[in-house]
Write a protein of this length. Sequence first.
Length: 375
Amino acid sequence: MGRSLRSTLLSRRSALKLAGGSILAALPAAGAARAAAKPIVPSCGINLPGWFDRGDGVAPSEPVLEKLRQLGFQTIRLPINGDLLSAGDTTTLRRIEAGVADLNRLGFSVLADMHPSESLHTALRQDFEAGSQRVAEAWMALGSVLANLSDETVYAELLNEPPLRNDAWLQLRQRLAEVVRSKCPNHTLIWGPSPSQGIWEIGETPPLADDNQIAAIHFYSPTAFTHQCETWDASPLARISNLPFPATIETSRVQQSIGKLRAAGDEQAASLIEEQLATPWTEAAIAAEFMKLRRWSETYDCPVMMNEFGVLNFCVDAESRRFWVRAVRQAAESNKIGWAYWELDQGFGIIRSRGSIEGFDDAMIAALLDDSNGG
């Protein structure tokens, strides 16, 4: 494997501004350094939804995967729908095992990401015990598959964006870690803080009592930029467009957008832009967040990665999109934080189709990989 991160280490739907305030208040003193070697943190990654998170998922073509590897991508994060596993669907389990093995053969590390369906999200919120049991059953099945795969290149991610209060998540996290460890004693565990995996949430989330773990955060701040023109819910983000990065509240395009929204009677969207621009959108503001995360990692002696970050490509200008992506990637790497971009070929994507080597966005790929050291 060509993974270049050799030492250590960000939310989307609910992240409405760059994380405010210190996540470091009242952190306990770091314990003695663990005797065991730290896990290698995967980096230079890409998320690949639409394969194992749906029953009719489509695998990328081998030429596409080969091209991604040749370009310098080293890691694939695979969202997996636990509902397809908890019922004991052996066909799906065989597909997952074959797919992960193929990715390893092509030289990728793989994050097996338990990515809950909307049904499971609802179950966890409304009936914690029943929802927890569904996730545990899914991991019993998936753990048996991962046990047959390399513990050096396959990682077990316990639950994406856990829709729970912190106390409930810590309880479920421990249960899932025990389930996975019963099947996979040597695979690295990955977990993130609840409910959004934001940097501002990790300060309330101590690591597992496990020497072989990586904490994972997601980074989409500011969402008024990264999620402008989104289409999947009733958020005011759907009505925001034409915002650049970097920007301040005085930037002409920002003022034009706010003016148009207010003229249309959309105070909610206009106020959201103003709220998020209380802190200017700059490289320095991004870098400051990753410095906080690095300090958390060092305090707890726990490696961290950012396994989601991205900009929706519906109405953003290409130059601003590339600027933000490069700034976030460089901030992560300068703080020894691994990364995986969200996503390959859908709304946040960097290629036109997973079935063709034509249509790669060369400028976006350069923003991700040019001068990259993986962390």
